[in-house]
Design a protein around this ligand. Structure first.
Ligand code: S3P
Length: 425
């Protein structure tokens, strides 16, 4: 896929459903009693992996466009799958489902693609084991494939070293089945979609500061879920609107949960003209339309508690910083190294190749903006967010930018290139 300098992007766009919320709606719907009707579901490859795992465990899940109906089996109704569960490219599927599987009355093996088999799983294996789970890395390298033998679990009070919603959610899901209360404390608050949706499904979840606590319910109860647009996908259009002179984009019905809205704060710190309209709430999740107008940006520092609120947006923010006046410092973001690719290394290499002035650091990068960029061939490393980041960057660079492995956007945003085209590129 090739990109060249774009004229202004103008118009309206509706972003596909939030990936984190779509995963959870299927998972929690599957172990709830009764029917869960999901609208604006993200039919990206990652969420389809979650659906196929639960279908393999006997759950009836019907997909029609972006509507999904899950006939929940109740907390103890899952069946042993015949084969190994395939989580594809999805860290959320692998880590969250492990919390559920740890407490079933059967054994299971789960795995995924090459990328998933390199991603750290000790971070969930350790707390789940403390709860009484039997979970091992088959190759003994702390990664998938994982073998899980369902056991009777007990609650724990766990302090996580990493602010990660996948770790927190995996433990809370195991906590649904454990004897006694389970609490998770993290250094900074990570996305709280599990807490919101578990409550919405009738669970007793309490939160205070960076601690979430769950008491085992008798059952969860299915419900209607309207998935908001994914702010992590909207991020590419927010950045494109700010980076391409003359642009004005209205991004409809996007999730603006305060644990996810770091990109809005950072863009505003950089001088962006962003307005929120029609603020609302869907299934417990705050939403808004986001109006973005081209702005002349300046550098900023991004560190500490804001990092988990924009972790998936950092590649796009790093590229955007190349077009801002002065220095942008990203720190406390070592987690970027263990995403679908090593996103610090991949961003620094590719931005440098395009002519940017970027320095890699232990836990982030320093970008000195203002240099014009030129097109190059970008290896996406099959990382969806890298492919989308450089598609947008290519619209602001001289010459031609070619993205290799461009189809990997199907993981989180199958219609991405079409939507970009629709806005005038
Ligand atoms: C996610 C949590 C984040 C995020 C990922 C989705 C989730 O990962 O990067 O894309 O749905 O819980 P971590 O929990 O590893 O930070």
């Amino acid at each position: 896929m090739k990109f060249t300098k774009a004229s202004p992007l103008k118009g309206e766009i509706t972003i596909p459903g939030d990936k984190s919320i779509s995963h959870r709606s299927v998972m929690f719907g599957s172990i709830a009693k009764g029917t869960t009707e999901i609208s604006h579901f993200l039919s990206g490859a990652d969420c389809l992996s979650t659906i196929s795992c639960f279908q393999s465990m006997g759950v009836s899940i019907d997909i029609k466009g972006d509507s999904v109906i899950v006939e929940g089996k109740g907390l103890r109704g899952l069946k042993k799958p015949v084969d190994t569960l395939d989580c594809g490219n999805s860290g959320t599927t692998t880590r969250l489902i492990s919390g559920i599987l740890a407490a079933q009355n059967f054994d299971v093996t789960l795995t995924g693609d090459d990328s998933i088999q390199k991603r750290p799983m000790k971070r969930i294996m350790e707390p789940l084991s403390l709860m009484g789970a039997q979970i091992t890395s088959i190759k003994d390298n702390g990664c998938a494939p994982l073998s899980i033998s369902g056991k009777k679990l007990h609650g724990i009070h766990y302090t996580s070293q990493v602010a990660s919603a996948q770790i927190k959610s995996s433990i809370l899901l195991a906590g649904l089945y454990a004897e006694g209360e389970t609490t998770v404390t993290e250094p900074y608050i990570s996305r709280n979609h599990s807490e919101i949706m578990l409550k919405y499904f009738g669970a007793d979840v309490k939160t205070e500061g960076t601690t979430a606590c769950i008491a085992p319910p008798k059952e969860l109860y299915g419900n209607k879920i309207k998935v908001p647009g994914d702010i992590s996908s909207a991020a590419f259009f927010i950045a494109a609107g700010l980076m391409i002179p003359g642009s004005e984009i209205l991004i409809r019905n996007t999730g603006i949960n305060p644990t996810r809205d770091g990109i809005l704060s950072v863009c505003r710190d950089m001088g962006a003209n962003i307005t929120l309209l029609n603020e609302n709430t869907d299934s417990g999740e705050p939403t808004a339309d986001i109006l973005v107008k081209y702005s002349s940006l300046h550098g900023t520092t991004i560190e500490g508690s804001i990092i988990p609120r924009l972790i998936d947006e950092l590649p796009m923010i790093a590229a955007m910083a190349c077009f801002a006046e002065g220095e942008t410092v990203i720190k406390d973001a070592a987690e970027l190294k263990v995403k679908e690719s090593n996103r610090i290394e991949v961003m620094v290499q590719n931005l440098t190749a395009m002519g940017a002035d970027v320095t890699e650091t232990e836990d982030g990068m320093i970008i000195r903006g203002g240099r014009p960029l030129h097109g190059v061939v970008i290896d996406s490393k099959l990382d969806h967010r890298i492919a989308m980041t450089f598609a947008v960057t290519g619209l602001c660079a001289e010459g031609e930018t070619e993205i290799l492995g461009a189809d990997c956007v199907n993981i989180s945003y199958p219609g991405f290139y079409k939507d970009l085209e629709k806005l005038g590129h």
